[in-house]
Design a protein around this ligand. Structure first.
Ligand code: NCD
Length: 332
């Protein structure tokens, strides 16, 4: 039978098998932040702390010795791919890295995502997938018997980034309740913003400020969810409106690759720049974050400001991903 004519699987038995476990995460796909309640989050963060200690003390261990991660990236990546690889290797596992462009894999010959996934699961115990289409990770998970981790599905979600973002906020500020968080930049296409917003809604008394040009506002469906949850929300096109009160300034890149009209990108590409002069108006205890890469939204002169947390955020990504890999492989 031609592979294309296979029905789209939703294999309930596989799903059940993937979700039975002790800590609640063994065998679990990580597709959306909606899968995590506060108990999960506290669990992941405490495992991430242990991973930090492990790396600082001994560098690596054998926890995942003999396990193989397949890293399948259909879109460019530096941090997400490198941190998953580092995470797996520090835990003693190994990696099949298809991260240097799927043009070198059979994808360039026209192989479908389900076939590529069903191939990689023959060799590996867990698959990390980045793909330009919303819903691609869910599709992959429907076909795979091994856990699939969504490393970004187009403008949809980026759950592991949101987990490391939340972990960073907790590490930097000591708590998650009652914070004023300003999200700045491309709120329409920025998947990290979508996932982090969803996670933050779970915490009491969080206020969200959304700062973007009109054309890049948060998608209406997500905004309605935020409002329905009773979260305090404000929208503004001007970062000056939020700088004085923000506990977290979460800055993002304008997602050039998602625009269908290049003229529209040109109109908004330089709309924000966080400078030392702007930072002089911010609170003494606050934090500036960015999922990176930055392309001009944060001036390099801000990097020496102790409130600039984006490179500490990068490192946290490795600890959180170590915790996630150990958890889905039943070793946490
Ligand atoms: C982000 C992404 O890929 O969504 N990067 C990342 O994973 N650290 C943000 C971006 O590309 O702007």
């Amino acid at each position: 039978m031609n592979a294309q004519s296979l029905p789209k699987l939703f294999d309930f038995e596989k799903m059940v098998q993937k979700n039975v476990n002790g800590n609640g995460m063994t065998g679990m796909d990580i597709l959306s932040v909606d899968q995590f309640d506060r108990e999960h989050l506290a669990y992941i963060f405490s495992r991430a702390h242990e991973m930090r200690e492990l790396v600082e003390r001994v560098g690596a261990c054998d926890l995942l010795k003999g396990y193989i991660l397949a890293c399948l990236f259909y879109e460019p990546s530096t941090r997400t791919s490198a941190s998953f690889i580092a995470a797996m290797e520090r835990l003693g596992g190994s990696v099949i890295p298809i991260t240097q462009g799927v043009q070198f894999s059979s994808v360039s010959k026209g192989e479908s995502l389900p076939d590529t996934i069903r191939t990689l699961e023959q060799y590996s115990d867990v698959i990390v997938l980045r793909h330009p289409e919303i819903g691609s990770a869910k599709l992959a998970a429907d076909y795979a018997a091994v856990p699939v981790i969504n490393a970004g599905d187009g403008a949809g979600e980026h759950p592991t980034q949101a987990l490391l973002d939340l972990f960073t906020i907790q590490e930097e500020l000591g708590h998650l309740e009652g914070l004023k968080i300003a999200m700045v930049g491309d709120l329409r296409y920025g998947r990290t913003v979508h996932s982090l917003t969803r996670l933050l809604m779970q915490y009491e008394d969080v206020s969200l400020r959304f700062v973007s040009p009109d054309t890049l506002r948060l998608p209406m469906t997500l905004m309605n969810e935020v409002i329905d949850r009773g979260v305090k929300v404000r929208e503004t096109p001007d970062v000056a409106d939020v700088i004085e009160n923000a506990d977290v300034l979460y800055v993002t890149r304008i997602q050039k690759e998602r625009f269908t009209d290049p003229k529209q990108y040109e109109e908004v590409k330089d709309c924000f720049e966080i400078t030392p002069e702007l930072m002089a108006r911010a609170k003494e205890k606050m934090v500036v974050m960015h999922p990176l890469p930055r392309v001009g939204e944060i001036h390099y002169r801000v990097d020496d400001d102790p409130r600039a947390a984006y490179f500490r955020q990068v490192k946290n990504g490795m600890y959180v991903r170590m915790a996630l890999l150990a958890a889905v492989l039943g070793k946490a």
